[in-house]
Write a protein that binds this ligand. Structure first.
Ligand code: SF4
Length: 195
């Protein structure tokens, strides 16, 4: 049996993160680690985070292996095709910028704080129990609600992909995975000696 390492248990963190955000949206910022750490690893020249530390992909694997939640079918090829990966990354970044813009509008007093979590960038789900008005500036609370929405939406997409296909199907078009791959390729290209 393969020896377990401390970093094999980050799937617990993935569950804890969404649990904390369910009860208190102020914990949502902790998800920034999941954004920054893979990029830092990629800038250092490797995909160690994706291969060993990503709690989300570990969670998909655990759910598939321990609970049999995955059909274990091959995903359609277009899901891992470059055009789809880059298109999805572009769409994801556009939605992320839209979330930041909404935060800015609240900061500027143009919009008021929306105590909702937006699922699939479309469906607004009331989430007011997770926030006590005035705990932080409204713009910060808006960012937390928006960021948690992004994290939850991508996790749900990953769960659907896991259920329909193989456990880590989400990884074939995950925006973080695509970004780290781009960075690693740039680094490898930069190291190639020119003739
Ligand atoms: S591709 Fe995305 S979900 Fe998969 S291991 Fe990397 S960061 Fe995690």
């Amino acid at each position: 049996m393969k020896k377990k390492h401390w970093y094999d248990y980050f799937w617990l963190w993935a569950i804890l993160y969404f649990g904390l955000g369910f009860f208190n949206i102020l914990f949502a910022w902790l998800g920034l680690f999941d954004f920054c750490v893979p990029l830092i690893f990629a800038l250092l020249g490797n995909k160690w985070f994706c291969n060993h530390m990503c709690g989300r992909s570990q969670l998909f694997t655990v759910l598939a292996q321990k609970c049999g939640c995955s059909r274990q079918k091959a995903a359609p090829r277009w899901l891992s095709a470059s055009w789809f990966r880059y298109a999805f990354l572009g769409f994801f970044m556009a939605m992320f910028c839209s979330m930041l813009w909404q935060t800015y509008l609240v900061y500027g007093g143009v919009s008021s704080l929306s105590e909702t979590v937006k699922i699939f960038w479309t469906f607004k789900v009331p989430w007011h129990w997770a926030y006590t008005a005035g705990s932080v500036p409204d713009w910060a609370a808006q960012f937390f609600f928006g960021f948690y929405s992004t994290m939850l939406t991508s996790a749900l997409l990953g769960l659907v992909a896991m259920a329909l296909y193989r456990p880590r199907t989400w990884c074939s078009f995950c925006p973080m995975g695509t970004m780290t791959q781009i960075i690693c390729r740039f680094r490898a290209h930069g190291k190639t000696p020119s003739n």
